[in-house]
Structures are given as C-alpha cells and as structure tokens.
Design a protein around this ligand. Structure first.
Ligand code: ADP
Length: 173
C-alpha cells in the first residue's frame, strides 16, 4: 500500500513526526530560512552533531537526531540553487526527495515532513518544484512499505496552493 501524501501550512519545526526534512546548505552548519528555524528550535547540539557529518553534496541526504524538536529525527538535504534550469536542477531536486526517503526507509521511519526544498532563497520556480516534489514522492513511496505518511509542509499560501495543485493533478492521471 502506498503512503498517504498530505499538504499543510505550518511551521515545520512544530511537527511531531518521525523526521522533518531540512533544506540545508552543504556545510550542514545552519543558515537562513527553514534551516535557521530548525537549528534554533533543535538547539546547539544539532550544530555540534552536524559538524561530524562532513557536509552534504547537493541532492544527497544525511540524518541527525531531532534534539529539542518534537520530531525524532532531522533529514538534512541540500537542494539545487536555480540557475535557469539548464544546470541539472530538476534531477538534483528529485534526488533530494529520493535520497531523503531512502534514508527514512533505511531507518524504518513512518512519518516524514518536507518543506519546499529550494523554494526560498535558492530560487527554484515554485510550480515546477512542487511538481517534482509530488511526482517523486509519490513514485518513491510506492517502493517503501514502512513509510506511511508524507506531509508537504508549506510556510505560505503560495507554496500551499502550488502543492495542492500538483497533488490534485496527480490524482487524475
Ligand atoms: P532553500 O535555500 O532550499 O531555498 P529556504 O529555507 O530559503 O531554503 O526556503 C525553503 C522553503 O522553506 C520556503 O518555501 C520557505 O518559505 C520555507 N520555510 C521557511 N521557514 C520555514 C518553517 N519554519 N517551516 C516550514 N517551511 C519554512
């Protein structure tokens, strides 16, 4: 049975799930946007833990505990910076979702929440990013029995609407 995909508008740092995904940068040492919010909410032990992970290339994923977060784990992935679409951005963004879910499955996690990876300062066009997010998660979760629920967590109306649109498009295919 494939996992249930849902869209919510919320602060991802407040979610009680097995893992939230962080749209990190390759140093894994924190930054702005959702990354900064996650580091603030998880507390300083997160930065110390991440220092030992040796960074993370674009499209790949690493896992840490959630520390002070309600979420048990954090999966850190690094989205592509948008350079106009001719720089392998789509494949790299899909890889973020693929590798995050593969890591979640390896750790037998059942509930995972994603932010809009690359949809902030990395500048990925929102509709295209949501299409990739929804298509990739829907394909990949069919391969993993453990994963029961994937939440797309938007922080604003624009992302929430684009995610809902992408998801409703899927259901009619
Ligand atoms: P990137 O560098 O990958 O673009 P950003 O953090 O700049 O990452 O933005 C990614 C997405 O995360 C954006 O859609 C932004 O609105 C959203 N975001 C920022 N803070 C939060 C939060 N606390 N919870 C959920 N989403 C958030």
């Amino acid at each position: 049975m494939s996992a249930k995909l849902t869209v919510i508008k919320d602060d991802i740092t407040q979610l009680e799930v097995d893992a939230i995904v962080n749209a990190a940068n390759s140093s894994l040492q924190g930054g702005g946007g959702v990354d900064g919010a996650i580091h603030r909410a998880a507390g300083p032990d997160l930065k110390a833990y991440c220092a030992k992970l040796g960074g993370c290339p674009t499209g790949e994923a690493k896992i840490s505990p959630g520390f002070d977060l309600p979420a048990t784990n954090i999966i850190h992935t690094v989205g592509p910076v948008w350079h106009g679409g001719e720089d392998n951005e789509a494949e790299q963004l899909a890889n973020c979702y693929r590798n995050s879910l593969a890591l979640a499955a390896r750790h037998h996690l059942k509930t995972i929440a994603f932010p809009g990876i690359s949809c902030g300062v990395y500048g990925y066009p929102i509709e295209q990013a949501c299409q990739i997010a929804v298509n990739t998660v829907s394909e990949e979760t069919a391969r993993y029995d453990d994963i029961r629920k994937v939440i797309f967590c938007a922080f604003d109306d624009q992302l929430q609407e684009a995610l809902l649109e992408a998801l409703s498009g899927m259901q009619y295919h």
